[in-house]
Ligand binder design. Structure first.
Ligand SMILES: C[S@@+](CC[C@H](N)C(=O)[O-])C[C@H]1O[C@@H](n2cnc3c(N)ncnc32)[C@H](O)[C@@H]1O
Length: 229
């Protein structure tokens, strides 16, 4: 599954492969300016939690979102997850747990949530969430099969991803989609909230039905893809 999209020309593929870095770079330049403006003699007005997130974002290109997901994006994504019957839920890129908390509110009392985050400062925040149904994992989602096995699990009913597929190589995207669809139980769903369109041509190769939504009330606006196995 390492082949790039055959429908794309070489120059299209180069643009697609660089899109994540391009968008990330532009947002970062804008946020540098914002940080200068906010901290220019007005430190007491700066929201330290917000600026803390911005700092993590500036230090780690894979964080990919300027701020935690807005309540509109959280609502849309968690609704798409359709958690009523899910027993095993996996979250890729939980950060400090904005989406995680809502998933915990909506999931069954007997369900389990594996929340994975590899950025250390964000993981330190995530693991403060106290809920016996959640297993916080400091790790890389590209090792998802090993993470699940370590917790005695062979599959999941719902997998949600805030991890930006744009930041992986073409081959990396295919590899993670291969593992994700293989680990989903029959009838399971994969929900991905993403800034870019990289997944649009890829999802139909791995899933039977795909729905695409767009949430503008978030910084930056996100697509929400729901794919059924
Ligand atoms: C767009 S943020 C999602 C934030 C959060 N879930 C929210 O809704 O506010 C993406 C998160 O994925 C994490 N991430 C990126 N690549 C990852 C990987 N390979 N494995 C685990 N986490 C990853 C980043 O550190 C970042 O916290």
């Amino acid at each position: 599954m390492s082949k790039p999209d055959p429908r794309a020309s070489k120059s299209d593929r180069d643009v697609l492969d660089n899109l994540g870095a391009l968008i990330g770079g532009q947002i970062k330049r804008g946020m540098s300016k914002l940080e200068e403006v906010i901290s220019d003699g007005k430190k007491e007005h700066a929201d330290s939690k917000f600026m803390g997130y911005v700092k993590v974002f500036m230090d780690d290109p894979a964080v990919a979102a300027v701020t935690p997901s807005s309540r509109y994006l959280v609502d849309r994504t968690v609704k798409a997850m359709n958690l009523a019957h899910a027993k095993v839920i996996v979250e890729y890129g939980a950060a400090r747990g904005v989406m995680t908390r809502r998933i915990l509110e909506k999931m069954r009392p007997d369900a389990k949530l594996i929340a994975i985050e590899f950025n250390t400062p964000l993981f330190e925040e995530l693991k403060k969430i106290s809920d016996p149904r959640m297993i916080p994992v400091h790790g890389d989602v590209r090792e998802i099969e090993k993470i699940l096995a370590k917790h005695g699990l062979t599959g999941a009913d719902v997998i949600v991803s805030g991890v930006p597929f744009a930041f992986f190589s073409g081959r990396g995207r295919h590899e993670l989609l291969t593992k994700t669809s293989a680990l989903l139980n029959d009838g399971g769903r994969f929900v991905a909230y993403q800034v870019t369109t990289h997944l649009i041509p890829m999802l139909p190769d791995y899933f039977s039905k795909v729905d695409t939504q767009f949430e503008v009330r978030n910084m930056p606006p996100h697509f929400v893809f729901t794919a059924l196995k």
